[in-house]
Design a protein around this ligand. Structure first.
Ligand SMILES: NC(=O)c1ccc[n+]([C@@H]2O[C@H](COP(=O)([O-])OP(=O)(O)OC[C@H]3O[C@@H](n4cnc5c(N)ncnc54)[C@H](OP(=O)(O)O)[C@@H]3O)[C@@H](O)[C@H]2O)c1
Length: 242
């Protein structure tokens, strides 16, 4: 397929990495020059072009722009009716994006995560999903959502990733102060957390780590007594309600 990317920042670059080397022709806009030129250097099927040339060379167009500036950028460009537009921007409805890319239509919101670059990543989606499934599954799994309220709840809940990463980072720092090889200790923790959660439901994992008086039970109970769970729920509710 001929795939184009407007915006070549964090998430667009990760999606390009997911799609490169699979027989597609990929054109990325010449912004974030270090990122876009590095992608073109690394992958023979990626080229860099102006925004309008991205559109000329693509049938499917991914919008990796910031929602605030996207209207000004998109209205300057000429889309074709046949373009299939996939937006990464959760803040703009499909109706709003369609108005900006007319005569093309935006039929899909795709919310990838940076780990899509390596594969095995979830993708949140609204609207039409068959193109996403054709492009990304089974490497990555598409979670199609029906309503904006559902998307808002998912967007709030996915933010648990950053505190989880912070906990692993802090535990790694702490471990590093007590062992000879800090990097080895951090690699151990990352593998432990990602491997266990990949293979087991979180609730089952908590249960299996509940040996009375064991390290895991003691640390979890210490954090729960400190208000961790209540604070997490309160934070999620605040995010959902904005
Ligand atoms: N990061 C994530 O994990 C994630 C996940 C899902 C969805 N999203 C959404 O994806 C969108 C992009 O996020 P991001 O994190 O990738 O942001 P980002 O790294 O800031 O990327 C924004 C991109 O837009 C480019 N840009 C700015 N003006 C432009 C123009 N006139 N023409 C073409 N490109 C232009 C920027 O180029 P310059 O660097 O040259 O300014 C940059 O490459 C956002 O709407 C975000 O909400 C992000």
């Amino acid at each position: 397929m001929r795939l184009g990317f407007l915006g070549c920042g964090t998430i667009a670059a990760a999606v390009v990495r997911a799609l490169a080397g699979q027989g597609h022709q990929i054109t990325v806009s010449e912004r974030s020059t270090q990122v876009s030129s590095a992608l073109a250097e690394e992958f023979g099927d990626v080229t860099v072009a102006s925004n309008q040339s991205v559109l000329a060379q693509s049938d499917i167009v991914f919008l990796g722009l910031i929602a605030d500036s996207a209207p000004d950028i998109l209205t300057e460009l000429q889309f074709r009716r046949e373009h299939r537009v996939i937006s990464f921007m959760p803040d703009l409805t499909l109706k709003r994006v369609t108005a900006l890319v007319t005569p093309a239509q935006a039929k899909t919101i795709m919310l990838p995560f940076p780990s899509i670059a390596q594969g095995g990543s979830p993708i949140l989606a609204m609207g039409e999903d068959h193109l996403l499934r054709a492009l990304f599954e089974p490497r990555d799994q598409v979670f199609l959502l029906e309503a904006q309220a559902e998307l808002n709840a998912y967007l709030a809940a996915q933010a648990v990733l950053s505190p989880v990463a912070l906990m692993v980072a802090e535990a790694g720092q702490w471990l590093g102060a007590h062992i000879a090889d800090t990097d080895r200790g951090k690699a151990f923790l990352r593998q432990l957390v990602s491997g266990c959660l990949a293979d087991m439901k979180a609730e089952d994992l908590v249960q299996s780590l509940n040996t009375p008086g064991g390290y895991n039970q003691r640390l979890r109970q210490h954090l729960e007594a400190d208000g961790m769970v209540a604070s997490l729920k309160e934070g999620l509710t605040q995010l959902k309600n904005n």
